[in-house]
Design a protein around this ligand. Structure first.
Ligand code: C2E
Ligand code: MG
Ligand code: MG
Ligand code: MG
Length: 287
């Protein structure tokens, strides 16, 4: 009977796990071709100064348009890339595209002060990362202050010496370091305060439905105050309504990001978006 099952292949796995494992296998191998075949692209979401309404920067987010599987979201393919040893290639690709794009915008007279790139915790323990970042800045002649690397609390949690050394080395390059999804992880506050961060990004869950969720808002307020006391920038992501904007302005959050301003856009549409709102192109105090 076991033999019969074994020949069945996927029958090894439970009913629920079946399609999941299969999906991961398919996506994992399709991903190997994705970069070569130029199926990946970046979209950019503006970050707005809460005080002046000017553009502080953009966050680069990966998209994968597969010819038959359709649009695969990063929440699906990034974890698979991490498991199948492909995350470094994707990290380097998004780093390069982002640096290139900022320079390209500038050539067409669009000034984007800072580009933020998401970097996986898995990539972060590679000893090559600081040099890879430096090489990219030099290749595109981009000032280090114009690049920010977004990390998650899982990076802060890592005990390996490579990760700690990378954080310091990257910060010493002059590149910004942002703690993404702040408040959703399990790292201790004392640990966070010791990291060479230039920014924290409060997770959108803390401002969702804030009128009815006082405890979440208390966390957001505390996080804003921690950032202020540390003397670093505070961003809130997932701003969808005017009421959230008003509240975050009141609480003293520096930078706002979310659908209320714009969805993540392809590079060309991002330029158009900026042309539509010329006031946003004034000098931003956070740049
Ligand atoms: P993240 O870095 O926290 O990015 C924020 C996510 O929230 C993005 O989802 C963005 O599209 C979405 N978002 C922005 N504004 C709003 C809003 O107002 N409301 C709502 N509901 N959502 C909003 P996305 O693009 O699907 O990315 C999901 C996650 O995948 C990212 O979370 C990031 O952790 C990861 N990711 C994306 N691109 C990359 C990449 O190139 N490398 C790595 N390592 N991770 C990436
Ligand atoms: Mg991010
Ligand atoms: Mg986030
Ligand atoms: Mg996230």
């Amino acid at each position: 009977q076991a033999k019969k099952q074994a020949r069945g292949g996927f029958r090894f796995f439970g009913k629920g796990g079946n399609s999941n494992v299969r999906e991961r296998l398919i996506i994992g191998s399709a991903l190997r071709e994705a970069l070569q075949k130029k199926q990946l692209h970046l979209v950019y979401q503006p970050q707005i100064c809460a005080l002046t309404g000017t553009l502080c920067g953009v966050e680069a987010l990966s998209r994968w348009q597969h010819p038959t599987l359709g649009l695969i979201p990063p929440s699906t393919f990034i974890p698979i890339a991490e498991e199948t040893g492909q995350i470094e290639a994707i990290g380097l690709w998004s780093l390069e595209k982002s640096c290139q794009q900022v320079i390209e915008w500038e050539r067409s007279n669009v000034y984007v002060p800072i580009v933020s790139v998401n970097m996986s915790a898995v990539h972060f323990c590679s000893i090559d990362l600081p040099e890879q970042i430096l090489a990219m800045l030099e290749k595109y002649n981009l000032a280090p202050q114009r690049l920010t690397i977004e990390i998650t609390e899982s990076v802060a949690m890592r005990q390996d010496p490579e990760t700690a050394a990378n954080l310091t080395a990257i910060r010493n390059l002059g590149v910004g370091l942002s703690m993404d999804d702040f408040g959703t992880g399990f790292s201790s506050l004392s640990r966070l305060a010791q990291l060479p961060l230039t920014e924290i990004k409060i997770d959108r869950s803390f401002i969702e439905n804030f009128e009815n969720n006082i405890s979440s808002l208390i966390v957001a307020e505390a996080a804003i105050n921690i950032g202020k006391r540390l003397g670093i920038k505070v961003v809130t992501e997932g701003v969808e309504h005017a009421a959230q904007e008003t509240k975050l302005q009141e609480l003293g959050c520096d930078i706002l990001q979310g659908y209320f301003y714009s969805k993540p856009l392809p590079a060309q549409e991002m330029s158009l978006w900026l042309e539509t709102f010329p006031a946003r192109r004034a000098t931003c105090p956070h740049a």
